[in-house]
Design a protein around this ligand. Structure first.
Ligand code: F0G
Length: 457
C-alpha cells in the first residue's frame, strides 16, 4: 500500500482552547454585532478566520528568537534574513516591514500615483485598498474559469493574457506595474502556473512594465506547480521557487503565511533604483533600513521560517490537510471551490442559501451559522469584503459568496478538521430553516468587513 502522508514534525507544546455551548454562542455573536472579528478568541473553539500569523513556530524558530540582534543599524539578524531572501528567493535588495500591507504601503508610495491602473489576477483586499487609497484602479484580469467552482482547471489563479494585454494597450502610460498574487487568495487560494508567470513576464517585457509578485503563499504555489504542472514533477521546491521569482522584478511578502511567523513582512527588489526610491518611504513609515518594522529576533525567526516553509515534506502535509477538509466536505455534499487551493477551503454560500436575497449577505449568514453550530470561526469572502464601488457607492456583488475556512500552519490535527466538516454538514442540513440574513447598521468607508456592524434583516 502507498503510505499516507504524515506531518514531518511532532508536538512539543500545547495550547488549550475553549469549548462553549450553542446558547453561549448565540449570545456572544449577537453582542459582536454578527461580525466574527468582534469575538474574543476564548469564545472560539477552532479558529479558521485566517492562516495569517496563526501558525506554530518550530523549536528552531524559537531558538532563533533568543539569538536576535537588536542593534538599531547593521544587526546580524538583518543579514541573516538578507541571505535567506537572496538564497531562497533570488532578490539582492530587501526592505523589512511589519507585515504584508506595510510592504504594499511602502512600495506603492514609491510607484503608484493618482489615475494609475494596476492590472493582475484578483488583488487581495489590502492590495486593492492601497491602490484605491491612491485614487488608482486595480484591474482584475483573472481567468473566467476561476469563478466556476466546479471547473477543475488546475491553475485558477492564472491571469487571462488577452484581458491583461487589452489593459496594457489602453492605459500603457499609466501602468506602474503588473501585480500577480501567488497563490491567488481572492480567487480561492488558487495557484498560478509557471507557464502563466512566464507568459505574463513576456507580455510585461513587450510593454516595458515591471512585474510585482504578492508572494504571501509563494511556497504553496510552488508545491501546487510541482504536483499539477507535469514538467515540474521532478523539480525540487527550491528550484521551482527560484524559477517563479525569476519572472518578478519586485515581491511583496506577508511573512505571516508561508514563512510561518506571527508577524513580519518585506519587499524583495532586484533593481537598485526602485530599492532607493522605496527606502525613503520605508524609513518614514516602517523604520531604519536594517530593521524596518521588525525586531532582530523576529527577522531571525523569519529567516528560519523561509527555510522550513519551502521544505517538500512540510508542504506535502500542509496541502494535504487542506485537501482532507475539502474531501470531507465534498463527501458531506457541501459545495466548495474545486480544485482545492493551498491554504483554505472556500465554501459556496450562494449554493447553500440561494433562497435568501443576496442583499442580506449570504456568506456572512453561513459563517455566523457555522460559529453558532460549533464554535468554528471562518470568514466571509463575499459582498461585505468586496466593499462599495468607490464611485457609485453601491454594494459590489462578487461572482462568488464564499466562506473561507483558512487552516493555520502546523496548528490543528485532522480530528479538529473533521469536527469542522461535520459542523458544516449540520448547517447544510438545516439550511432551509434559515430564512433571513443581515443588514448593515454601521460601516467604515474602506475595508468595512473588519468593523462592520450588522443586525438581523
Ligand atoms: N496579500 C495577500 C495575498 C494576503 O492574503 C494578505 C493578507 C496580504 C497581502 C496582506 O498581508 O496581513 O501581513 O498585512 N491576508 C490575510 C488573510 C489577512 O487572512 O488572508 P498582511
Amino acid at each position: 500500500m502507498k503510505l499516507p502522508y504524515a506531518e514531518p514534525y511532532k508536538i512539543k507544546m500545547v495550547e488549550n482552547i475553549s469549548k462553549s455551548t450553542i446558547e453561549n454562542r448565540i449570545e456572544w455573536i449577537k453582542n459582536a454585532k454578527y461580525n466574527l472579528f468582534n469575538l474574543k478568541s476564548n469564545q472560539v473553539f477552532i479558529d479558521l478566520l485566517t492562516d495569517s500569523g496563526t501558525g506554530a513556530m518550530s523549536d528552531k524558530q524559537w531558538s532563533e528568537i533568543m539569538l536576535g540582534d537588536e542593534s538599531y543599524a547593521g544587526a546580524s539578524s538583518y543579514f541573516k534574513l538578507k541571505n535567506a531572501i537572496s538564497d531562497i528567493l533570488g532578490f539582492p535588495y530587501f526592505l523589512p516591514t511589519h507585515q504584508g500591507r506595510a510592504a504594499e504601503n511602502v512600495l506603492f508610495s514609491a510607484l503608484v500615483k493618482k489615475g494609475d491602473f494596476v492590472p493582475g489576477n484578483a488583488h487581495f483586499d489590502t492590495t486593492k485598498g492601497h491602490i484605491e487609497f491612491r485614487k488608482a484602479t486595480a484591474v482584475d484580469c483573472t481567468i473566467d474559469e476561476a469563478y466556476d467552482i466546479e471547473n477543475l482547471f488546475p491553475f485558477k489563479g492564472n491571469v487571462n493574457l488577452n484581458k491583461l494585454e487589452a489593459v496594457l494597450k489602453e492605459h500603457k502610460n499609466n501602468i506602474p506595474f503588473i501585480i500577480i498574487t501567488i497563490t491567488c487568495n481572492s480567487a480561492g487560494g488558487q495557484p498560478v502556473s509557471m507557464q502563466n508567470l512566464r507568459d505574463v513576464k513576456n507580455l510585461a517585457d513587450k510593454y516595458n512594465k515591471i512585474v510585482v509578485f504578492d508572494s504571501a503563499r509563494f511556497a504553496e504555489n510552488a508545491y501546487l506547480i510541482k504536483t499539477r504542472e507535469a514538467e515540474y514533477k521532478d523539480v525540487s521546491i527550491r528550484d521551482i521557487v527560484k524559477e517563479m521569482f525569476s519572472y518578478a522584478d519586485v515581491m511583496t511578502m506577508s511573512s505571516k503565511k508561508d514563512a510561518i511567523v506571527n508577524m513580519g513582512g518585506f519587499i524583495g527588489i532586484k533593481d537598485e533604483e526602485i530599492f532607493k526610491k522605496a527606502t525613503v518611504f520605508n524609513i518614514i513609515f516602517e523604520g531604519y533600513i536594517t530593521y524596518g518594522g521588525m525586531s532582530g529576533r523576529d527577522m531571525n525567526a523569519l529567516a528560519q521560517g523561509l527555510h522550513e516553509g519551502t521544505e517538500f515534506y512540510y508542504l506535502e502535509s500542509r496541502i494535504n490537510q487542506v485537501k482532507f477538509l475539502g474531501d470531507k466536505l465534498v463527501e458531506f455534499g457541501v459545495p466548495v471551490q474545486k480544485p482545492f487551493g493551498g491554504h483554505a477551503i472556500f465554501v459556496d454560500a450562494n449554493k447553500i442559501l440561494q433562497h435568501i436575497p443576496v442583499e442580506q449577505y449570504r456568506a456572512q449568514i453561513l459563517a455566523v451559522e457555522l460559529y453558532i453550530e460549533a464554535g468554528v470561526r471562518g470568514v466571509e469572502i463575499g459582498t461585505l469584503l468586496a466593499d462599495r464601488d468607490p464611485i457609485t457607492k453601491k454594494d459590489r456583488y462578487p461572482k462568488n459568496e464564499f466562506v473561507r475556512l483558512a487552516i493555520p500552519r502546523r496548528t490543528y490535527t485532522n480530528n479538529h478538521i473533521e469536527y469542522v466538516a461535520v459542523a458544516l454538514a449540520n448547517v447544510l442540513n438545516r439550511s432551509k430553516k434559515i430564512t433571513s440574513g443581515y443588514k448593515i447598521i454601521s460601516e467604515a468607508p474602506i475595508m468595512r468587513h473588519f468593523t462592520v456592524e450588522l443586525e438581523k434583516a
